[in-house]
Design a protein around this ligand. Structure first.
Ligand code: ADP
Length: 444
């Protein structure tokens, strides 16, 4: 092993001094005194520097004598280099912290640093304006100062992938979007943004669509009634029959679009916790299947395979769940050529209940899959219109499922068919449904 240079030099010096003292001792006959005397002086010198070092470490001495010759000079020099490095690092961290504080102070969004128990550690100016929290509140639980049950649940749940929308009870109409980001060793950054204006615009958009759809429905119903009257009155006039049939088809299409728009507006507007009912999913699927069989007959017929475990009872909204199930089954009928297979399954799975529709229809190219639930997105506009689609069906399904913390799963192969499925979590299931759904019925 190579010895460090300073250490080697020290050994040489020590050896050299001993040799010199021995030589002088030989010449003078005082070797017995000179050698131990030299060792004692050498030891005292080290003890003296050890004391200096301890004082420096205890911070009672500020400067180290770097110019000391030998190994101590080297030790002091290395310590000083380290000290300067640490001090530079400290200054840099201090500067960064200052910059961070200055920039977060200037942020229009409230920024609050929380510890693992969600106690306030630090906050910026906007936090005082937006949340009413003050610097003197540091150390207190954030939920004691922003008193809202939703915030408490949000923090307790610890799922911060989606922001929380909060209407402050004390803040009039102020609506906040709160995001929590975990960082470091279980520390959290709570960011709150005033989204009152965005929310107002969103409400206006929603209300406009709902009102326009509502207003258009009445005149359209009148038109539909008049078309029917005309149809009855033309008495087999071929010149009028065709245009009237076209008018009837188009007015029916418009009515379907308006109804779907109204359903979407209804799904979007109910923010409050609504009254949930007990819904028999098994009965609901059976009802949808009747509708599907009737529609299928008009299109030349399909082979239906039904595998429904019953009874499966969930807590939810009959109307919404019907819309979701019906849209998925009716799409299978629409996009599967006559004679194709449509398999509908409702069964208990670990963690909930799963609904699935598998068809042997036209299928969908992979690039369309992510956009299917967008409003008015269709893979083939012509085919959708011809089949009586509105382009809003899957968007409705998505909105319904969001209410049940679920999402639509889609897989498809062009030309081979598609699978649309969703799972409702156990928390939406009724006890009776959980235990009794042991049987399943297969119908072909
Ligand atoms: P539409 O009323 O046009 O059916 P949807 O929102 O229900 O609107 O569906 C969007 C698009 O997704 C449809 O236009 C169609 O191209 C495609 N799609 C939906 N379901 C199926 C399916 N089972 N097989 C093939 N394509 C489908």
């Amino acid at each position: 092993m190579m010895l460090p240079t300073a250490w080697r030099e020290e050994l040489w010096t020590f050896g050299g001094v001993l040799a010199l003292l021995w030589l002088v001792g030989l010449l003078t006959g005082l070797a017995a005194w000179l050698l131990p005397g030299g060792v004692v002086v050498y030891l005292l010198w080290h003890l003296y520097h050890l004391r200096l070092l301890i004082r420096w470490l205890d911070r009672s001495s500020r400067r180290l004598p770097f110019s000391t010759p030998g190994i101590w000079g080297y030790v002091y020099y290395r310590l000083e280099v380290r000290r300067r490095k640490a001090s530079r690092g400290k200054k840099q961290i201090g500067r960064l912290l200052k910059e961070f504080k200055t920039s977060t102070r200037a942020l229009p969004d409230a920024t609050v640093v929380l510890n693992r128990e969600f106690h306030i550690q630090w906050l910026n100016k906007a936090a005082t304006t937006l949340l009413g929290v003050r610097k003197t509140d540091a150390g207190q639980p954030v939920t004691n100062l922003i008193r809202h049950p939703d915030l408490r649940h949000y923090l307790d749940a610890g799922k911060f992938d989606q922001p929380l929308q909060l209407q402050l009870q004390s803040g009039g109409d102020t609506r906040l979007s709160i995001k929590v980001v975990a960082y470091g060793q279980q520390q959290y950054l709570l960011l709150a943004r005033d989204v009152t204006e965005q929310h107002r615009i969103e409400l206006m958009r929603r209300d406009f669509i709902a009102n326009a759809s509502h207003e258009l429905r009445t005149p359209l119903s009148v038109l539909q009634g008049s078309i029917e009257q005309l149809e009855a009155g033309i008495g087999g006039n071929p010149e009028l029959e065709n245009p009237l049939a076209r008018m009837k088809r188009q007015s029916q299409r418009m009515m379907s679009i308006l109804q779907d728009l109204l359903t979407l507006a209804r799904l979007e507007s109910r923010y409050e916790a609504e009254q949930l009912q007990s819904v028999s999913l098994s009965a609901l699927v059976a009802e949808v299947m009747e509708e599907a069989r009737a529609a299928s007959e008009h299109r030349g017929g399909h082979h239906f395979h039904l595998d429904v475990a019953e009874p499966i009872q969930v807590r939810g909204q009959q109307e919404d769940l019907y819309a979701a199930v019906s849209n998925l089954v009716m799409n299978a009928v629409r996009y599967t050529p006559a004679g194709g297979d449509i398999a509908v399954t409702l069964k208990l799975v670990p963690g909930g209940v799963r609904f699935q529709v598998v068809d042997t229809g036209v299928g969908i190219l992979p690039q369309h899959l992510v956009r299917l639930t967008e409003r008015f997105y269709r893979v083939d506009v012509g085919r959708s219109r011809e089949a009586g689609g509105t382009g809003l069906g899957l968007s409705i399904v998505k909105h319904v499922l969001e209410r049940y913390d679920s999402s639509l799963e889609i897989s498809s192969r062009p030309g081979a068919g598609s699978t649309f499925a969703f799972t409702l979590a156990e928390k939406f299931m009724e006890e009776a449904g959980l235990h009794a759904a042991d049987g399943s019925r297969k119908v072909s």
